[in-house]
Structures are given as structure tokens and as C-alpha cells.
Design a protein around this ligand. Sequence first.
Ligand code: DUC
Ligand code: ZN
Ligand code: ZN
Length: 475
Amino acid sequence: MPEFDLAIRGATVVTASDTMRADIGIRDGRIAALAERIADAARTIDASGLLALPGGIDSHVHIDQPSGPGIVMADDFASATRAAAAGGNTCVMPFALQPRGASLRETVDAYRARAEGACLIDAAIHLIVADPTDSVLGQELPALVADGYTSFKVFMTYDDLVLNDRELLEVFAVARREGARVMVHAEGYDTIRYLSEKLERAGETRPYGHALSRPQTVEREAAHRAISHAELIDLPIVIVHVSGAEATEQIAWAQARGLRIHAETCPQYLTLTAEDMKGIGDADAMAGAKYVCSPPLRDAASQEAVWSGIRRGIFDVVSSDHCPFRYDDPAGKLNPRGKTSFRWIPNGIPGIETRLPVLFSEGVSKGRISLNRFVALTATNHARLYGLYPRKGSIAPGFDADITLWDPNRRETIRQANLHHGSDYTPWEGFAVTGWPVMTLGRGEVIAEEGRILGEPGRGRILDRAVDPSERRAA
Ligand code: DUC
Ligand code: ZN
Ligand code: ZN
């Protein structure tokens, strides 16, 4: 009887801290050994010339999420997790969004039921707290945290989601008491409304108006406010999808004060700009809608500021913020109201399958970040921030055998035709990359190889998490 179910031989194993030539022995879906040479296995994969990376963890994705009247998200759990696996990921973290007036418990139960049996890779569910009533704060949230939903997102904008300052403080206080992780969408509601209405009155309704309605001051002010609230409550928070220089500056300032402010950015803020929203050179005046996301894309100077923040350790994670809508679809970007004003174009872009190649190519291949930092930004830190470590996020004995075999030299061009998501476009159409996922293994099973999906839909597990007891403190 061979000692291992599977051996991966000849790869260069990369973790957040080390790079080593080692064989990987896998038993019962877990990494059982890491050694120069391991014993016999029932099956062997020759990975000579490839990197073995911890499978990507994408801790910020939107899947099958309610998106407003008449608007339908382009991915369900099956298509999103297929695309994720093809792009080298082994775990995603989508959001159960509480509609105002609804019970958080019922919301997450219904959302989880849609995920169960549909996912190709593992998933852990965050909550979105949109209606922090007394019973949500006093009963539902503490019980849900105890049940393994240990992270939630709050919004500082959007009619149906915005929390006022008092509500933010109340949610932060519950998170502190329960040891939960809070993610903050930092953009100021009133300023966006003021600017949007002013732009519309002036006839600026193009998709590009979206960028003008949410300048960096809007994100900077909200980031500062969230940081101040977090300081007051003494709660570490994650400021998500940081788009530009000004919010980055606020976070650097907070961290220099010794505050535990974590930060996430996304490949779109490193590679695309607001100019893309003008649809220049495109016969279709609405083409800029493909790039409408929030916070909006910025400029080249901001890209540099965010890269600098990544290099200086200000950012913990790079997520996709995959929020997919179809473009040429009345239930997507080109919905009837969206054609009348940027205000009605659903916010979000697809990126679950392209996150790793884009970041690897622009980061590692271009010499901006090390291989180890890439692993930290795309897997290890996600697991650490959201309670999946030491089950996921590294390659070491005891971890789930979630591994991506990566060709660092492979040149590819990103094409919608080759992607697996439900959207009908990619913002990175024609984008050339160096570095590509060759094979994705989830808990020791090959689930994607060279763009082909091999694993059975429904094999992915919905993961519960536990809080770190040291994070639980009296309010
Ligand atoms: N926030 C997100 O996190 N994703 C898409 C749109 C948004 O506002
Ligand atoms: Zn957001
Ligand atoms: Zn998002």
C-alpha cells in the first residue's frame, strides 16, 4: 500500500515565507509530507519546471447576489467557482446580503442553501449587515458568529445598504465583543448623491460620469471616518477595494499610529484607469459601462501609489471583488435605466479568473513584488484575516492540499472566449500576461487543468470558521 494518495514531484514550492525544491505527499486530501524526496504514492504528478503555490483564496467575491430591480448577477455558485478554479483558486468568500427588514439568519440560510451542492471549490460566507436592528445586533449577529460566520461587511454608501455613523459604531462594538472581522466599503453616501445629482443636471450621464461622481475625496473621507470609528471602538477593520492614492495615504497614516487597520486592493486598481470608462475608440458609446465599479478606477499616479502601498506592506490582500454583470443584456450593464444615466449601471466587474495571472504578471514577472509576497497577497493573508488558517493558505503538513501548479514563464493573452465566468466580457480583453495556472488541486483532487474543468460540481464544501478567542473583548 503506497504511503501517499498523490505525490507532486519536482516543483518549486512557494509559501509566504519560503521558496524550496520539494516533493509534496498528499493523503486524504491533506498535505502529509514535504521533503526533498518522498516515498511511493498511488499517483504521481511531475511538476518539474513549475511552481507549487497555495491555491488562491479570493476573500472578496460576489456570487448570485441580489442586485436591485431587474438586475441579475452573471454568476451563480457553479459558474463562479468553475471560473475561480480555472484561474488557480481553491477557495472563495462570497457575501450573504441582508435586505433591509429581513432576518440575517434567514438570509444566510437561504444563501447557503444555494451554495450547497453547487460549488466546485470550497467557500466560506461573509455576511453583509444592512439593517442592524436591536435583534440583529443583540441576538442574530452573535449567534451567527458562534455558528462560523465570523466576518461581515458594512457599507458607507448605497441607498439600500448604507449605515450611518451610529450604526457603524454599533456594528463595530458587536464585532469587538464577538471577535468578528469587519470589512468596510468606504465611500461617503451624501457626497456621492450630491455629485451624482449635480452631474445629471449638467447633462453628464455617460458611464464616465460614474468616476466623476465618486472622486478620491469621497473614498478618502470615508476611509478616515471608518478608521476613526475603529479607533474609538478599538476594533481592527479591513478597508476593502482601496482604489487610489488618497485612501492608501489614510491607511498608511492609521497604521503608523499603531492602529490595526488592514487593507485590500484589487487588480483593476493596479492595471486599469478611469479613461477606460470613456470607451475611447469604441463605436459603442456605452462601452465604458463595462468598467463601472465602485470605488471607480483612478489614474496612473494612483496605480503607482497602490503598488507602493503593496511594496511597503500597507496592503494585506489582493482580491478580485468579482461582481459580474453581463454587458449586452437588459438585466446587466445595458439595462434600460442604465442607458439613461451612469447612476443605474450596476456597479462591478468580473475578475475571479483573471486575478492571479494579472497580479502575477504585473507584480512578480515585472519585478514589483517577490514570489513570497504574491503568495501572501493572494492566499496566506486571506486565510489569516478570515479564520481559515492553518487549514488553508499555505503548503505545509496538515494543510488542505489546495495547490496551484503555476508556469511562471508561460505567456498568454486574456480572452473572454477562454474564460469560464457567466459574464459576456472581461475588462482585460487582450491583456498580455507572463505566468499562468497550469493545474488546480482542491483537497488533493485535480479540479482544473489547462483551462479544462475536471472536478465534479458540488464537491466544494461550505466552510465554517472560528474566531480567535484573543480577539473577543468586552465592549
Ligand atoms: N462594492 C463591492 O464590494 N463590489 C462591487 C460594488 C461595490 O460597491
Ligand atoms: Zn464594496
Ligand atoms: Zn465587492
